[in-house]
Write a protein that binds this ligand. Sequence first.
Ligand code: FES
Ligand SMILES: [Fe+2]
Length: 416
Amino acid sequence: MPQSKQDKNIERSWPKEGVIRVPAWIYSDPDIYARELETFHYGDTWNYVGLDCEIEPGGYKRSWVGERPVLVTRTEDGEIHVMENRCAHRGAMLCWKNSGKAKDITCPYHHWAYNLGGDLMGLPFLRGAGGKGGMPRDFDKSKHGLTKLRVARRGGSIWATYSDDVPPLDDYLGPEILERLDRLVSRRPLRLVGYSRQIVDSNWKLYWENSRDPYHATLMHPFLSTFGILRTDGDYDSVPLQEGRHEYTFSRYNPELRNSTSEASRQIKSIRSDLEMRDKEVVNSVVDEFQDGMMGAFQVFPTILVQQYFNCLVIRHIILKGPGKHELTWTYFGYADDDEQVRELRLKQSNLVGPAGFVSLEDSEMLALMQPVVESRPDAEQVIEMGGHGTEAQSTMMTENLIRAFYDFYRREMGL
Ligand code: FES
Ligand SMILES: [Fe+2]
């Protein structure tokens, strides 16, 4: 067995085979991680930060851009602002409640107070006490507001960027993502259903790959294969967009196929004859609200995967917490005019996804088991050859084309 080289001796260059190999050091190298944050999250990208239905007028929610905590606020007249959740005085975190109402934002440390637009309104003892101390006469409050990010909205979704150069949000997303995003968040006012949150002890890219990996879906998730939610012999598209930056997948749920056996299903060991579904509503759209029979997911680089399972609509927000850790926030949503039946159904079907979801339980577990292994062999290489060597769209689940396309994009942006 070959000896693993010392980490410091590993050559930081991409394997000569190209994107059919991924070097394991990219999952743990702190320099790579720092460069990713600068290049992507703090660079020329639009980062998802939330939905408008999460914030009342005169309210706020916490979110993150890269590792940085931010506040998303909505003034009484409806304007949305995004600013760092970091006091302009000496860097205290201003707010650690997830959401709420506020007239202003007052720092808990020395009580500097900001309005919901992030401007510094006042600070205690500006002129000192008893004629002593205080801020210099030329201290200019207008120069000490919170760090503000550029904001863009599309339907009910809110996005932020540090960049002055990134293209407008609609161009950044592109027509295919816009069509899919609008289908879910732009046609009717949104309603928040709830959240799940989990810490995943793995590099964020392992999750990014996982959600671009239809190959594992029927193999690792017994629920999907046993109840025929995803069939390897059903309609499926894996489509990279903008040279690998974003992607979407498409599947059509066919209840007819649910119990049939095929050459493909015989290869799947996770089909379990001992599992039985008592409540069929979990996998049935009682309401065909989009009237297109479509299920599927899309990724918007670098922050979210948006997914629809029947009437369960959910955004997975990937928040970075260091090279070996990320947080996943699952935001479940519906529409303001949902009737009681649909509200119930969305809640019930939210059991499909999330940290303990029927179709997603195994992912974070697998990645947490993977992380120490990739860290122990940074010199090893992952094999990404399912579906060939190309990065073009394919109409099958048995492909890793979306992962190859992602690393094609990643290498260009990172100069690797
Ligand atoms: S750190 Fe916020 S007021 Fe001092
Ligand atoms: Fe999965």
